[in-house]
Write a protein of this length. Structure first.
Lengths: 349, 349
DNA sequence: CTGTTAGCGCGTTCAG
DNA sequence: CTGAACGCGCTAACAG
């Protein structure tokens, strides 16, 4: 009796019971209203209940519902990454955005977590994630990845692996990736047509399967093109711009100028290019440059880098759709989904 | 080859009871082990219980625990943003990373959600977020922001507002921001010392409080510096690179060349610079350029843009710390926290 | 259409 | 140090 619209001081949580009492119906009816089971509720009672819900500012207690129905309506997005700022990579950022947006249309929530490979197995946080399924981007050498994969599978929850070149190990796991190897081949074709003889590839030392695939595709492409191309690979210590620059400088100081530099992604390509420009080496006349991804940052550097376009946002969306149909229908629609990539000519080749 | 049907029966969840039975102790003892209440458990029983936990692959049922203790150990990070790819902005990405990393050390989880201002109030997803508190980055004009703020406050949960210039409206709300106005003043001082007479400011039309503050600080700074400076502001339709370019082109086609262009952030500064370079206008000799934020992308463009450095990652960390002490001690340590910014000289002034 | 009963898995309380 | 009872808020399955 105490509270009209003025007195809003519910120090105790408003439950379905409170609403039921206020609307003079049973808790079950309130539950039916809340869950949109309108077949079970008459129009007038529904209105009355809805009014009380609004008046009391009732919100469902998610944990109680989850406990009852064994569904969290939530997925965990995990990045195994050595960098604390794991979301600063545009690929990751796009994936999260796409995943998030798809899932939220189905009233699902996304919990993100970046974690270093070495900490993965000690981490209680992942084991105790309150989610219905996972979407994971792995990094590191194959054996480390496979150890982590085992822990993940052990969680016994639906799992989408992003950018993993392996086959999905079981029914509960599904792969969503893009054709990185194909992208590498596209670049090789393009460079081969420009009669490139020596190529420097710049990659991070942290082992990203997608980047490995790009390099593998590049080799394949050059092989198929016939010509006798020499490929050198240098690794940058970290993923950072300056790290890539250092790696390229180190190489250039000890080797003759290559005909082309291929970055594992656009950042690496642009870092390499910045060195060449510092040294007054003409791009693309003297050295050609290609990147990978084609996100917005590419526009900042000039000349515009020739690249292969990734649909990272769409990868995130697809992963979300996969998980949703897995939740609703009990199985993934397919064990593997591969998105195409697109060659994008710039001014550096 | 059927991994298809093999042993995978409905497989009931392993509960604390199962572990108790297996270890031949009471469920309560298992609970004490799980929660590290070692004072209540003898060494040998603990070992035994831990062995059974590992053997049965037991994981705590988060929703049952939450229901019991009224704690989710989770915070919601919300971006009110018109762009679907809300995480692609490095500021946002850094904030999430910082928040996430701090919270995960305390075994808390972060749920992210981007949402358009217009959809905010219809959105059931925010109302039903299963979290203990929120961290929010608002955008839009002041009245729209304040409507959203009201809904947020109505959720009756601890709330950290990032980059809001307003005072914290109540005990449950706390502001974490950086000194954007101060940053604007730094830039004004710098440009004033270079005897700039006309300035073009380029901002997105989507209203970000932080950018408003930067522009306000800039005006203040020029005022304080005395000189008679003319400031024109153009708005880009969206936050994208090309949108900023279009806005600048539109301006330049109708006005004489300004002495300086100030971007609301580095992206806008670099977009403006790209136009000048296209048109063969010398930077910084003919037109000076400044940005804001100083994230890695700034390195891609040359000449290197003079900017003000944001500690976005640290803002995220601080927000996380705020929330943690709010959870643990029942109140925020302070109602407002303002981080300093730093002037960073580049080659464009 | 509406109400009743009976837990979901866990942690607090209080007794051994 | 360990165990038994109880209930957190919600909803499936049934009754009326």
């Amino acid at each position: 009796m105490s509270d009209h619209d003025s007195g809003r001081a519910p120090q105790k949580r408003v439950t379905i019971k409170d609403v039921a009492k206020a609307a003079d119906v049973s808790p079950m009816t309130v539950s039916n209203v809340v869950n949109g089971k309108h077949q079970f509720v008459s129009e007038p009672t529904r209105k009355a209940v809805e009014r009380e819900i609004a008046r009391l500012n009732y919100r469902v207690q998610h944990s109680a519902r989850s406990l009852r129905v064994s569904r969290r309506r939530s997925v965990g997005m995990i990045f195994v990454d050595e960098s604390p700022s794991f979301l600063v990579d545009h690929f990751n950022a796009h994936v999260v955005a796409g995943l998030c947006n798809v899932l939220s249309t189905a009233d699902h929530t996304v919990t993100v977590q970046g974690i270093r490979a070495g900490q993965f197995n000690q981490s209680s946080i992942i084991r105790n994630f309150a989610v219905d399924g996972f979407c994971v981007v792995l990094s590191g050498p194959p054996d480390a990845r496979s150890t982590i994969l085992d822990s993940l599978i052990n969680l016994d929850q639906p799992l989408v692996l992003m950018q993993e070149p392996i086959a999905s190990p079981n029914q509960e796991t599904c792969i969503v990736r893009q054709d990185d190897a194909g992208g590498g081949r596209l670049l090789a074709d393009h460079l081969a047509a420009r009669r490139v003889g020596t190529v420097l590839v710049v990659v991070p030392s942290q082992n990203w399967p997608a980047i490995d695939q790009r390099v593998a595709g590049l080799r394949e492409g050059f092989q198929a093109a016939g010509g006798d191309v020499r490929i050198d690979v240098v690794q940058a210590e970290t993923e950072e711009f300056d790290s890539a620059r250092a790696a390229v400088m180190g190489y250039l100081d000890r080797h003759p100028l290559p005909d082309a530099i291929v970055g594992g992604n656009d950042r690496f390509a642009i870092a390499a290019m910045s060195i060449l420009l510092d040294r007054g080496i003409a791009v693309p006349e003297r050295v050609k440059i290609t990147g990978f991804n084609g996100f917005e940052q590419r526009r900042y550097a000039r000349p515009l880098v020739t690249t292969v376009i990734s649909s990272a946002y769409e990868l995130g969306e697809r992963a979300g759709q996969m998980l949703l149909t897995r939740f609703e229908e009990g199985r993934f629609p397919t064990r593997e989904l591969v998105l195409p990539v697109h060659f994008e000519l710039g001014e550096t080749t």
